[in-house]
Write a protein that binds this ligand. Structure first.
Ligand SMILES: *Cc1c(COP(=O)(O)O)cnc(C)c1O
Length: 425
């Protein structure tokens, strides 16, 4: 009998994985709270919320019950010309917690599609009002997903290199990280013109680009400047949404409201795939016409899947509970204290925190051979300690589910301290 991992290796191609050199995949048999239970009996503390999607812990019984009930009622239906309770209720409950100018919910089924839809809404908005605009501004090192439009507005890197000839042109602004704000704003003065259709950002925290963090004041200024040219502002909150930054949405730190928002990942508590693009009345209205050519011709087979919407409604119940807000605050306080401890390490630099997201760089200009492949060394070391953290290059970060206990946080912190001790040698 072949093991699960051997069977996998015979038939599966994994995401973001060099299949020739990748170690055998680790079979997970069960999840509960912040712990993944492995086939070999080990436990793995999930400090990255399983690729940033999980909010309330794995296999949450409340979400499971709601999903099971929905499965027995209506598993799926076409969403053109038809509707259903979970989709309407989710839209009704989302809009009041979003920035006050958001008026409409458009469903898709993942973060990349949520971004594609936002870009198409933005481009077609200008087309529909008869003033086509062709330019887009984005941040360097941005990550907005892996489909072509989403890749095009992402920072260009080794990941996008094979596709470079197929990606539409985008103008990049450096991220206004602390100390660079004035320089970025000055550059922005020349980049933002009446030709820019949209400015897309991951507000306050760039995820995949390395957990780069910047201040609300800097983004407010850029948004305000872009807006003087009528440019549509797209907040990609696929990662930052649903409490990660300490507020329900990173956009709530801003006084300038985005015109379009992209949501996914945590929206279902990490249970099901669901994407949402939201927009203002002005954008929605630009598609209303007796002229069929002004229609947004976009949709996916699993648009507004009722089971995914049911999972999202259940997750929202859990998220808006007072105890959850207390959990988020508890994690923030713990992280802040641990950040102070990290400051004492000579191999740690650029410690940064926004809400429940804590990140730092492992300094790589040391002398030992570890530093040549520090990412792999750190990753494997932590896995062996039973802690799942997946460094982005030399950047280590915590993105725990909100149910993570203080004891579990301490286990993860201690594993990181052990790693630092090893690297300091
Ligand atoms: C993950 C991510 C996406 C893409 O979402 P997928 O569901 O993986 O397609 C888009 N934007 C941001 C900011 C993300 O972190």
């Amino acid at each position: 009998m072949n093991t699960l991992s051997q069977r996998d290796q015979a038939v599966i191609w994994h995401p973001f994985t060099q299949m020739q050199t990748a170690p055998a995949p680790i079979p997970v048999v069960r999840g509960e709270g912040s712990v993944l239970y492995l086939e070999d009996g080990r436990e793995m503390l999930d400090m990255i919320s399983s690729w940033w999607v999980n909010l309330h812990g794995h296999s949450h019984p409340y979400i499971a019950d709601r999903v099971a009930a929905q499965l027995r009622t209506l598993e799926h239906t076409i969403f053109a010309d038809f509707t259903h309770e979970p989709a309407v209720q989710l839209a009704e409950r989302l809009l009041p917690i979003l920035p006050t100018n958001q008026r409409r919910i458009f469903y898709s089924d993942n973060g990349s599609t949520a971004v594609e839809v936002a870009l198409k809404m933005a481009f077609q908005y200008w087309h529909n009002i008869g003033q086509p605009r062709l330019k887009v501004v984005a941040f360097e090192d941005a990550y907005h997903g892996d489909t072509f439009g989403a890749m095009a507005v992402g920072g260009r890197s080794a990941f996008t290199a094979p596709f470079a000839p197929f990606l539409f042109n985008v103008t990049y602004l450096p991220v206004p990280v602390p100390g660079r704000e004035a320089e970025v704003l000055e550059l922005a003065q020349t980049l933002f013109t009446d030709e820019v259709a949209a400015f897309i950002v991951e507000p306050l925290v760039q995820g995949a680009g390395g957990m780069n963090m910047y201040e609300p004041a800097a983004l407010n200024e850029l948004f305000a400047l872009a807006r003087t040219h009528g440019t549509l502002l797209i907040a990609d909150e696929v990662m930052t949404g649903f409490g990660r930054t300490g507020k329900l949405f990173a956009s709530h730190y801003l006084t300038e409201q985005p015109d379009l928002m992209c949501l996914s990942k945590g929206i279902t508590g990490g249970t099901m795939a669901l994407g949402v693009t939201t927009c203002t009345a002005a954008i929605y209205d630009a598609f209303l016409s007796t002229d069929k050519m002004k229609t947004l011709f976009h949709g996916h087979s699993f648009t507004a899947n009722p089971i995914a919407c049911a999972a999202a409604l259940a997750s929202m119940d859990l998220l808006l509970d007072e105890d959850r807000l207390a959990d988020i605050q508890r994690i923030i306080t713990r992280h802040t204290a641990f950040a102070d401890r990290l400051r004492q390490s000579p191999v740690v630099g650029n410690i940064r925190q926004r809400g429940t997201l804590l990140a730092f760089d492992l300094i790589t200009n040391g002398q030992t051979s570890y530093f040549n492949n520090i990412r792999d060394v750190a990753y494997q070391f932590l896995l062996e300690k039973g802690v799942l953290m997946r460094p982005l290059g030399n950047v280590l970060y915590f993105m725990p589910p909100y149910c993570t206990t203080n004891t579990q946080l301490q286990v993860a912190y201690d594993a990181v301290l052990a790693l630092l001790t090893k690297l300091e040698d």
